[in-house]
Design a protein around this ligand. Sequence first.
Ligand SMILES: Cc1cc2c(cc1C)N(C[C@H](O)[C@H](O)[C@H](O)COP(=O)(O)O)c1[nH]c(=O)[nH]c(=O)c1N2
Length: 227
Amino acid sequence: MPSNQNDQKQQDISPEAREHFYDVLYGRRDVRGQFLTDPIPDTVLTNILHAAHHAPSVGLSQPWNFILIRDPKKRQQIYEAFVSANDEAALMFEGDRRNQYQALKLQGILDTPINVCITCDRKRGGPVVLGKTHQAEMDLYSTVCAVQNFWLAARAENVGVGWVSIIEKSTLSALLNLPDGVVPVAYLCVGYVSEFLKKPELELAHWEKRAQLNDMIFTDAWGETSA
Ligand SMILES: Cc1cc2c(cc1C)N(C[C@H](O)[C@H](O)[C@H](O)COP(=O)(O)O)c1[nH]c(=O)[nH]c(=O)c1N2
């Protein structure tokens, strides 16, 4: 075998590794109600952060930071911001849907040993960043890639993650002293769990269900399906 093909073979993902990768991917869950308070060893947290930091980013700008929030007082303040936003959110749903919403557990802010806020520095890389010249929001999308890496690496470490977005952004920014130009992208509750549910909690609670993949695929233009 020519040596470049040999190199390629060595880079190929083995069938076993592929299976493990899909185990992690499909086994990932948004966790709210199954958190344990057991501490996360620093080595495990470092592995997860390291994976997040290896996400793709526009122009390799790496616009993210990771704020590790352990202080119970700070978390209590953030929890109160959640409660206030969640009360407002409930009023946006009507009738039975509102009752159903109010019965959902939508955060684990005080239930985990650590919360992590992943931020995006909108000014990182200066005024002109390769790949961001015509789509300014690419730094936000890059940060979301870091969030997904974090989520998947956590699952590989058997650590659960719950994303909480029912918090007023300005309140969160003030509580975390974010400077001008830095925005919170993801507020994550992070901890070991009693179990990873087999399906999304919102599906189990009959709030929403997964759509059919085929209904999501168009060919050549929006709305066009190959017969
Ligand atoms: C951008 C964003 C924001 C939120 C979420 C996710 C994402 C991607 N999710 C979790 C969401 O409900 C969950 O991902 C879906 O229900 C699918 O479940 P699994 O993640 O597959 O378990 C979420 N969950 C929750 O309980 N409170 C929240 O505020 C949010 N916010």
